[in-house]
Design a protein around this ligand. Sequence first.
Ligand code: DAH
Length: 339
Amino acid sequence: MLAQLDTIQTEALAAIAGITDEASLEEVRIAFLGKKGSLTAAAAGMRDVPADQKKDVGQKLNEVREAITSALETTSADLTAKKDAAAFASIDPTLPSRPLPKGGLHPLSLVLDEAVKVLRRMGFALAEGPEIETEWHCFDALNTPADHPARNESDTFYFENGKLLRTHTSSVQIRTMEKEVPPVRIIAPGSAFRRDEIDATHLSAFHQLEGLYVDQRVTLADLKGTLEYFFREIFGSKTEFRFRPHFFPFTEPSFEVDIKLHAAGRPSKWIEIAGCGMVDPAVFSEVGRKRGDAAYDPDKVTGFAFGMGLDRLAMIMYGIPDLRLLIENDVRFLQQFRG
Ligand code: DAH
């Protein structure tokens, strides 16, 4: 038995020594150590070994198994190392890597982040509402009567179920007042949609940032101070802007804010950037009617609201001459904003 085990070991090591690929190595393993392998068969013969020899034979059996296993492992590691070396032979790891172009934020995201940062510092919290809105939230609750031109089919995208793509983010004012009691101080950035002719300063899908502050004794001075501070923070203390009296159904009095745009190679001009005003008491009354409580009693609370065009804010911030550049995804344009 001991001699037989020696023979198996010699044969196995010889077989392993000549091997150059993994498949043959596996065949050898199976031939000796597999279920029907010769060493396995020899081990089964242990039963017939006389009791006084069992210890020696058992020990030998283990030695042989270990010798074969270790030879298999060494050869397998050698084969893997050779394969890796061959794979690397055609590669020069000292070559510099290919440049990975760095991405960047879209100018609109940059402006939005900046605007939100400034307004949050002033105590405004973020709010949101749906882009597909009811007529009530978008118009009726905002004191905008059925015959107002903004509600016309030719100005607004309506769905068959009577809902619409919100024409402004002012609907979030209503959504917020439905849920929360004063004091309310929120900003709501988001998309708005109109059937506008697309040109250098108009897109049919654009971005706005709405603001609403409702509390006791909020005044026009608060509104003006807030917006002046905001524009100076965003555009610098030398920015020229003006408040022009205007009309919006949901504010009284109302204003439009214009800012001087200095775009490279063009004469500077005023562009309208925001609407604002003191919340019309009719808006509070309608919210109160819907809520069924007196949280927004127009005799007790006042408020201001504003809505600005984020795309136009980006135009001014970066001197962009044409809004369409913001949606064309031309890398030559976008690359200029990589931080
Ligand atoms: N919603 C108006 C628009 O899209 C802008 C606006 C005007 C918002 C006055 C306001 C506001 O909150 O008080 O043209």
